[in-house]
Design a protein around this ligand. Structure first.
Ligand SMILES: [Zn+2]
Length: 77
């Protein structure tokens, strides 16, 4: 687990700032899996899968969330 404030590399997004751990969910939506919250260079919140891939890149959780279609609709608001 990185420390809050650590810079993480996210595939297709770039460098983000780690904020803290959490769970996937917006109200009744979301898969409830553990995630990492981070902030992009554009100050948007992004949820990451908690483990980087073999290249050291984190993956945006919404790309793999089993509840992904609804997750994206809500996250875009
Ligand atoms: Zn999810």
């Amino acid at each position: 687990m990185p420390l809050p404030g650590a810079k993480l590399l996210v595939a297709k997004v770039g460098e983000v700032v780690f904020l803290g751990p959490g769970y996937c969910g917006y109200g009744l939506l979301g898969c409830r899996q553990p995630i990492l919250w981070a902030r992009t260079a554009h100050h948007r919140r992004i949820a990451l899968n908690p483990h980087p891939n073999e290249h050291g890149y984190y993956i945006a959780h919404q790309a793999t969330c089993p509840d992904g279609i609804r997750f994206r609709k809500v996250a875009r608001r």
